[in-house]
Design a protein around this ligand. Structure first.
Ligand SMILES: *Cc1c(COP(=O)(O)O)cnc(C)c1O
Length: 424
């Protein structure tokens, strides 16, 4: 095998048409940030957008809701419209509101309608815990025992799911399916089109958690039209810690009464009539609940402007090239060090991060951090590495692998306890 040199990495950077976007971000000197799948970095435009909303507040007080440069009253709708192209969705099918978990609660409260023997919810055993907790609590609220009514598709290898196994579980007892687009540990991308088609053939409502795909992968929801989706914006969309999330509801469900209603579910013209009978919006906006968290919405505007300029297809293309480059380097440099590459290799089956398994993953991550490479650790044995299309370079990917190789060759990780920190 011919060795990949740093010159090759530099050449890839020179040819990279997105390379300039790196200058739009605050990147710490001497650090290589590979954790944008957990918390994306701050961009200058996101910062400006936040300062803009503060300025509107300064200048307009209460009138900022309607008179500011970026009026707060319709901010969630504006951002939904800007997000829609990332999903291949219609503008009014998307709203920026809530959080991943809150939006899941809302969508299950709305679309989980058990009837006859169709009472069960299908998820998977590798799902992010918060999603499972939300499903369990929604089942309880409807009077069902989650142990019986939450079905979890099993993984054959502990990392990935087989679409065939999921489809085999789409029985006439299933009322709703909730699955991730990209699995948060292994980075597997599921075939959302096929799963949607198979669910709909059987009369089952299906929705997806896009936390690990939005901003990394182009979706074409207009083609296969899942019922709903939800996500956070602070990962690949760089909206900042605690940034407001988003949801998608397919237009055929417009007019459905929100399961969890509040005055921001209202038709915007009617909202201030202050009636006790809700006239809900006839768009995805109906699934908002209360006053938007304006200062946690604002950064997303600046960030989405860059996604608009670049287009999600170019971002996906570069992301695939970055992760392919990383995988190749890992195979070249780290063969005998006990790593397993846990993500699928095919482009159409992998998301935006590389998933490395190692029995000493926790201590290796600590060593990486001390050497200026910021990875992401998931207990007990997963290291996630996410080079980000808008701000990571091929040279950084190359250097990260060299640093990891040094850590392994010299056993540097052995100085650290192989246990997770509070946040990992
Ligand atoms: C990040 C993530 C969450 C986080 O949910 P919040 O409500 O934003 O805290 C939930 N589900 C998945 C799959 C995630 O990756």
């Amino acid at each position: 095998m011919t060795t990949i040199t740093i010159e090759e990495a530099k050449q890839l950077d020179q040819k990279d048409t997105l390379a300039n976007y790196r200058n739009e971000f605050y990147i710490k000197e001497g650090q290589i940030y590979l954790d944008g799948n957990s918390l994306g970095l701050l961009s200058k435009r996101a910062e400006q957008a936040l300062l803009g909303s503060l300025q509107d507040w300064k200048e307009h007080g209460i009138d900022g809701w309607t008179e500011g440069k970026q009026p707060w009253y319709t901010f969630s709708e504006t951002l939904g419209e800007m997000t829609a192209p990332l999903l291949g969705a219609e503008s009014d099918e998307v709203i920026v509101t809530g959080s991943t978990t809150i939006n899941l609660h809302q969508l299950v409260a709305t679309f989980y309608q058990p009837t006859g023997k169709r009472t069960k919810i299908l998820a998977d055993e590798l799902a992010f815990p918060s999603d499972i907790y939300a499903l369990q609590s929604q089942l309880k609220l409807k009077g069902y025992d989650p142990d019986e009514h939450l079905i979890r598709v099993q993984s054959r290898d502990g990392r990935t799911l087989e679409e065939d196994d999921i489809i085999a579980q789409m029985t006439d007892e299933i009322a709703m399916i909730v699955l991730p687009s990209v699995l948060y540990r292994s980075g597997q991308l599921l075939d959302l089109a096929r799963l949607t088609e198979e669910a709909h053939k059987r009369g089952i409502v299906i929705g997806f958690d896009l936390a690990h795909s939005i901003g990394a992968i182009a979706h074409s929801f207009n083609e296969y039209e899942p019922d709903f989706a939800f996500w956070c914006n602070y990962k690949y969309l760089n909206s900042g810690p605690g940034g407001v999330g988003g949801l998608y509801v397919n237009k055929r469900h417009f007019g459905t009464v929100p399961g969890i209603a509040g005055w921001f579910s209202s038709n915007k013209q009617k909202q201030f009539d202050m009636e006790h009978t809700l006239t809900h919006a006839d768009t995805a906006g109906a699934f908002q609940i209360g006053t938007p968290h304006v200062l946690s919405l604002a950064p997303l505007k600046g960030s989405l402007e860059m996604f608009q300029e670049v287009g999600i297809h170019s971002i996906r293309e570069k992301s695939l090239q970055l992760t392919a480059f990383l995988i190749k380097l890992i195979e070249q440099e780290l063969v005998d060090h006990g790593f397993t590459i846990a993500n699928p290799r095919e482009n159409h089956r992998r998301g935006g991060h590389v998933s490395l398994e190692h029995e000493d993953a926790a201590s290796i991550c600590k060593a990486l951090k001390d050497k200026g490479v910021i990875p992401d650790y998931r207990s007990p044995n997963v290291i996630r590495l996410a080079p980000i299309a808008l701000y990571s370079s091929y040279e950084e990917v190359w250097k990260s692998v060299q640093i990891l190789k040094d850590i392994m060759d010299n056993g540097l990780y052995q100085q650290y306890e192989n246990t997770r920190n509070i946040i990992a």
